[in-house]
Design a binder for this molecule. Structure first.
Ligand SMILES: [Zn+2]
Length: 449
């Protein structure tokens, strides 16, 4: 397929903006790129897709999300408004996840995948919980991801909050799913080992998880120091701060994701850098939960790998980028904080490096020969000059998710002219509304158990 007449933003180490550009997609990769006249001459007779001058960027990557949370949209949580993150977990998330059946898991996932395709996000790193439907839940999610044609890294969050049996069931689900991926590898699915957070995990459970994960060479995906409560709990339980506790338990390393790290001190930042642990930043979630602002620039300066996730917010990573760009300026009362090119680095270069942990052969986040053909098309007609250098500020101030018209993942067209080609959006939406209403009934029925 030869995609012609595009405004091509390559990103990567040698970022270029090619006017009247073209891309040759062969199988799952970009086989050639350049200008439309050059590529038309080099590749005659290839099927054409004339975009009429749309902007084409590498598709977005989300470093931390929760497909299971989709049914929370608009759900009432009666009683007093939660005053902190532990109360939010107890009144909302730990009620919602307990109400999910495997069919709910499937549709909650599909709803998120429709949203991801609509907004040009093709690679997602998910963290799943459904305590009353643990066994097989990761296969259910994987099937939906494959139907959609997207790419996802999956794990189940192990926790002690629901007793030892379910903690064990969570360990088994992670191990079983990862093993199935080793035996029968599906190219667009990968596995990690999920842990909820330090505050819901005992030393014994952490040790069991390390033993299970080590056998398969898996890293972990855990929430870390999201709120002060995680630090208070860790100090109380172990006399150590969260990152030190996780380090001593052998959880950290270059294959591990520590989501949030809002409340980490200088010594913890050093440990994160020394161990090569990935930190994911989710500013929309942090603002919503009122937990604080992660010291992202201090972590970057110390050499920590920082990536950008969405924590279950919409899969429009452009919106997450805008939040990251703005919140640090406000928090530091300094308009120089978190410049646009740094936001860009998190969202593309760093997220692509994180994706390589799970798909080592893949080159994402840039458009060049041999890179994955993961593309987003935007109907964006800049009203000021657009260059490779000023692209971040066009993304932050000009581009809106509503401009996305097409999404390609691994060379497969998942949306064209705003029409989804792999998922039946109408049917998914209708079934989701039915299932969500039943989940809400079960959530409210359990309120006074
Ligand atoms: Zn999360």
């Amino acid at each position: 397929m030869l995609i012609t007449h595009v405004r091509l933003a390559t990103l990567g180490d040698d970022p270029r903006l090619v006017e009247d550009g073209a891309l040759l997609v062969a199988d799952e990769h970009i086989a050639d790129l350049g200008t439309t006249p050059d590529l038309s001459a080099r590749h005659p007779g290839v099927e054409r897709w004339d975009t009429g001058g749309q902007l084409v960027l590498p598709a977005s990557i989300c470093a931390h999300t929760h497909f299971y949370g989709a049914f929370a949209r608009g759900m009432a949580t009666p009683g007093r408004s939660p005053a902190n993150l532990p109360q939010i977990l107890e009144s909302l998330w730990w009620r919602l996840d307990k109400a999910l059946t495997l069919e709910d898991v499937r549709y909650s996932t599909l709803v998120c995948l429709v949203d991801a395709i609509r907004h040009g996000t093709t690679t997602l790193i998910d963290h799943h919980a459904s305590p009353n439907a643990i066994a097989g839940s990761l296969d259910t999610i994987a099937e939906a991801v494959q139907e959609a044609g997207l790419r996802a890294c999956l794990c189940y969050e192990v926790t002690d909050r629901d007793g030892p049996e379910r903690a064990q069931a969570g360990i088994e689900e992670n191990a079983r799913f990862a093993q199935s991926q080793i035996v029968n590898r599906k190219s667009q699915i990968a596995a990690s080992f999920g842990l909820h957070a330090s505050l819901t995990l005992s030393d014994e459970t952490l040790a069991d998880c390390v033993a299970a994960a080590r056998e398969m060479g898996l890293g972990f995906h855990i929430h870390a120091a999201e709120a002060r409560a995680d630090q208070e709990d860790s100090l109380h339980k172990s006399g150590k701060r969260v990152i030190h506790r996780l380090h001593d338990a052998d959880i950290l390393g270059p294959r591990t994701i520590a989501a949030h790290c809002v409340h980490v001190d200088e010594e913890e930042i050093e440990v994160l850098a020394e161990t090569g642990t990935w930190v994911t930043h989710q500013p929309r979630s942090n603002m919503n939960n009122g937990v604080g602002v992660a010291p992202v620039e201090a972590m970057l300066q110390a050499g920590v790998n920082v990536a950008l996730g969405n924590d279950g917010f919409s899969n429009q990573m452009f919106a997450e980028m805008k939040a990251a760009y703005l919140v640090h300026k406000l928090a530091q009362r300094d308009p120089r904080a978190m410049p646009g090119d740094v936001v860009m680095r998190l969202a593309y270069a760093n997220n692509a490096r994180l994706a390589r942990v799970f798909w080592p052969e893949l080159s994402l986040g840039e458009l060049r020969k041999g890179a994955a053909a993961d593309l987003v098309f935007l109907d964006y007609c800049p009203t000021t000059p657009l260059t490779a250098d000023n692209l971040p500020w066009h993304l932050l101030f000009g581009i809106e998710a509503s401009m996305v018209t097409a999404t390609v993942c691994a060379g497969r067209v998942l949306m064209r002219d705003r029409k989804l080609l792999t998922l039946d959006e109408e049917t998914i939406t209708a079934r989701s509304r039915e299932l969500a209403a039943r989940v809400w009934e079960r959530v409210n029925g359990r309120r006074h158990d």
